[in-house]
Design a protein around this ligand. Structure first.
Ligand code: M6R
Length: 612
């Protein structure tokens, strides 16, 4: 869960590496470092702290150096200290490397190297053994040494290595952690993620597991695990560089919330035939016969993506008449799930790199099941390993708190449900038409919600909420997973302990915690259970709780029962989760702002969780 960059060319490497690292700070930000290749020696600069601190330290000093590697870290093995920061070096500092992933057998390798008597270690990290292994195996060819070193390793790595002995050359290796090489004119780039490269090139080659690259200013050579050269396809990235920057907002999170109407529209574009009012998901290569033969769906994901899966369960069950189970990915493989041969597994992952989700995908495929991935990142591990992929077109999401990716995951699940429901003959013409019409109204409704929030209604409730250390989110039916997502968002960025309950559960325990003023956010968008939810709201009112309701236009009965209320535009209740999530995101955002917490990079969290 770290950011990696590399550069070899004729420009000042430090500037390019720092710029790339800034784009990757969402992958880790507890320490940062660079290794630069000077004449016959390596210069290492690394410390706990931000990339901006590193930039200040090296400013103007190394403009003559044109080759280097850089890293921004999220600690796994060893605390975030100067010594544990990457790059890590061999004893003689002739080899330096940056690494993302985990070396599971690092202790036995460390013992082996120590027993040889010519290696001494300085850090607590698992990574450092790699630098010593490369040194141990080096015999004039860095690529050969890296190949021998990683052959000893159990675990995951995106690895980028330089040596003082081979000027201009960078060697990379990949196993279970993303790594791309960017092509320039007489210069080449390496990064763990595409946004780091966009300012310099849009031509990239994605390394696959088990592959190696040897990169110089003039050429990129890619090899398989046996050392055979690979002629790899070059991809052209179409992302707009502006899309990877804040674009005038104070935080990426707010920018990404505001981008939701466009992200939702983009995810539906080319998948909805607006003239015929039909969903066209022919991009998923499953025949109607195959869809009709399905017996069950298993959705597996983590965090916010898991909450999208919970909404997806109700929607898919309603529209396809298939039973759906939803699992947290970190639990899935350890509970020996019963998977039938006619079942479909759907994994949902914004990054497409979440280790637990990837492991669930592999388990399902190993058992012979088809896996469909819903992901936001083209070329991600999940997208490459799944049998079928349905991309969310949300664009890069930088804030750790997921917003636009979540909404587009919901939309992808609705599209899938309509497609499957059609193929299985569960949905009649009228239902399909009305669902497609409803989906088509969503971008406009989202834009209306974002205009409405400018009235300040949400912000004034947040002034109250920000004074508390505990809060509740409640809802029934489809409102319940939205409540769960609202609670996750609030705790993630405001550090308020927030719990979500199915509203009917309050009286089975949590009601004991409701006293004068306790904030309770109630989702009330499901007509079929409105009376029931209102009774639960009265239970809270009777104990003095401060209820803020998020409800649909026309549900006026809610207004008199609560302290304040936010109205959503009218929409079929099955689609309401796409709209009701937005006020909960804004509640989290404004509350965090009032409390002065670090919104885009909450403490202890990272954007992409590539370790178990
Ligand atoms: O990249 P993924 O969708 O697989 O990530 C899953 C979770 O780590 C992620 O949704 C996390 O819960 C978010 N930070 C929540 O805002």
């Amino acid at each position: 869960m770290c950011g990696i960059v590399g550069y070899t060319g004729s420009k000042a490497a430090g500037e390019i590496l720092i710029d790339g690292l800034k784009k990757l700070e969402y992958r880790g930000y507890d320490s940062a470092g660079l290794a630069m290749q000077a004449e016959h020696k390596l210069i290492i600069n690394k410390a706990a702290g931000s990339v901006a601190d590193l930039e200040k330290r090296i400013e103007g000093q190394f403009d003559h150096i044109t080759v280097g590697i850089g890293h921004t870290r999220w600690a796994t093995h060893g605390k975030p200290t100067d010594i544990n920061a990457h790059p890590h070096c061999s004893c003689c500092e002739e080899f330096a490397l940056v690494h993302n992933g985990i070396i599971e057998n690092h202790q036995s390798l460390r013992n082996w190297l120590t027993e040889k008597g010519n290696h001494s270690f300085t850090s607590e990290t698992d990574t450092e053994v790699l630098a010593h292994l490369v040194e141990e195996y080096y015999n004039g060819d860095l690529l050969a040494a890296v190949r021998q070193a990683v052959a000893r390793v159990e675990g995951s790595y995106a690895l980028v290595v330089i040596t003082a002995h081979e000027p201009g050359r960078i060697v990379c290796a990949r196993q279970d952690s993303p790594l791309v090489v960017g092509m320039g004119e007489n210069e080449n780039f390496i990064a763990s993620d595409i946004p780091a490269l966009l300012a310099y090139t849009r031509k990239i080659k994605v390394l696959e597991d088990g592959e190696f690259a040897s990169v110089s200013a003039a050429e990129i050579n890619i090899f398989d695990a046996h050392g055979n050269g690979i002629d790899k396809e070059m991809l052209e990235v179409s992302w707009d560089i502006e899309a990877a920057e804040k674009g005038g907002y104070d935080h990426f999170m707010l920018k990404e919330i505001m981008e939701q109407p466009a992200a939702v529209r983009e995810t539906m574009r080319q998948r909805i035939n607006f003239a015929d009012k039909k969903v066209d998901l022919s991009e998923i290569e499953l025949s109607y016969e195959e869809i009709a033969a399905l017996e069950k769906i298993h959705i597996v994901a983590c965090g916010t993506a898991y909450h999208a899966g919970l909404v997806g369960k109700t929607v898919l069950e309603k529209l396809t008449a298939l039973p759906v189970e939803v699992d947290v990915a970190s639990e899935f493989r350890y509970r020996d799930p019963l998977l039938g041969k006619n079942d479909l597994v759907i994994v949902i992952s914004q990054s497409g790199e979440t280790a637990d989700t990837l492991a669930a995908l592999r388990l399902a495929r190993k058992q012979g099941l088809k896996v469909l991935a819903i992901t936001n990142v083209v070329g991600s591990s999940v997208s490459r390993e799944a049998d079928l992929v349905l991309y969310t077109w949300a664009g890069p999401e930088i804030a750790v708190a997921s917003t636009k990716a979540y909404l587009t995951q919901l939309v992808a699940l609705y599209l899938l449900a309509v497609h499957f429901g059609t193929a299985r003959g569960v949905l009649g013409e009228n239902s399909i038409t009305s669902l497609v019409e409803g989906l088509t109204t969503l971008p406009g409704h989202l834009a209306a919600i974002l205009r409405e929030e400018k009235t300040g209604k949400l912000r004034s409730y947040c002034e109250h909420l920000a004074k508390w250390d505990n809060a509740f989110f409640v809802g029934r039916n489809l409102d319940f997973p939205v409540a769960m997502e609202g609670a996750l968002k609030l705790k993630e960025i405001s550090y308020i302990h927030a719990e979500a309950y199915a509203a009917g559960e309050l009286k089975h325990g949590p009601l004991a915690l409701i006293v004068e003023g306790v904030p309770v956010i109630a989702l009330v968008t499901q007509k079929s259970v409105i009376e029931k939810t209102l009774s639960n709201i009265q239970e809270v009112n009777a104990r003095g709780g401060a209820v803020f309701a998020i409800t649909s236009e026309g549900f006026d009965v809610v207004d008199d029962q609560v302290e304040s209320v936010f109205h959503l535009p009218p929409v079929e209740e099955i689609l309401a989760p796409v709209l009701s999530a937005v006020p909960t995101q804004l509640i989290a955002y404004y509350t965090a702002l009032i409390r002065g917490s670090s919104i885009d990079k909450p403490r202890n969290l990272a954007k992409s969780v590539t370790v178990e």
